[in-house]
Design a protein around this ligand. Structure first.
Ligand SMILES: [Fe+2]
Ligand SMILES: [Fe+2]
Length: 208
């Protein structure tokens, strides 16, 4: 049964994530890179992609928070909360770029947060090996979205590109860390279900 302080941390994390309040703050990878000229349709497209990536990071936070909440021991709980805190920069960088592109974050983020938290908690309850294996698979799927987005961004949009490249680099590292920490490979059906859900997320977050 989770402790009352875990409940408080969990609520605090949810509020911070959905309102964009974070303590962590490494420099934005796009700092110092000049704004490119974008047509209206290019700007909208870049914003759509950045909105998907922002929602992906909301889901990542929620998964980690859910995994920490239901983790079997304190070591794994700390691992998940530490990873989530590190990832908070990803969320901030995407949000800032969306502001620059005169766009907004997805209106469905609270729903995605709630759903991802439940999925994360289920992974956490399944035991440490599965919990870490879930991190590995999540990070790999995020990486493959980022690969696609890096191809699709308007060619001259260097500011968005360096942000996504930096995030991609770190997601690969997160997957490796989770493998080394003992992540088990997930069953194919789970991987397919995760892809299905993230497909729904990417299609909707691009638009709303
Ligand atoms: Fe991330
Ligand atoms: Fe990550």
């Amino acid at each position: 049964m989770p402790h009352i302080d875990h409940l408080i941390i969990t609520l605090d994390n949810a509020v911070r994530t959905l309102h964009g309040i974070h303590h962590h703050g490494r420099p934005d990878p796009a700092a110092g890179i000049s704004q490119a000229e974008l047509s209206d349709s290019e700007r909208r497209h870049a914003a759509g992609l950045m909105r998907v990536d922002h929602t992906g990071e909301i889901c990542a936070q929620a998964l980690y928070h859910g995994q920490a909440f239901a983790a079997k021991d304190n070591h794994i709980r700390r691992y998940m909360l530490h990873a989530a805190a590190e990832e908070a920069d990803h969320l901030n960088w995407c949000k800032r770029r969306l502001d620059e592109l005169e766009s907004h974050t997805s209106m469905l983020n609270p729903l995605w947060y709630a759903g991802s938290f439940v999925i994360g908690a289920a992974a956490g309850a399944a035991g440490n090996g599965w919990n870490l294996g879930f991190v590995v698979e999540t990070e790999r799927q995020v990486k493959s979205h980022l690969d696609k987005h890096l191809q699709e961004l308007p060619r001259q949009d260097e500011r968005s590109r360096v942000i996504l490249q930096k995030i991609r680099e770190e997601e690969v590292q997160h997957a490796d860390n989770a493998i080394h920490a003992g992540g088990k490979p997930l069953p194919e059906t789970i991987k397919r279900a995760m892809k299905l859900i993230s497909g729904v997320m990417t299609t909707t977050a691009y638009r709303i």
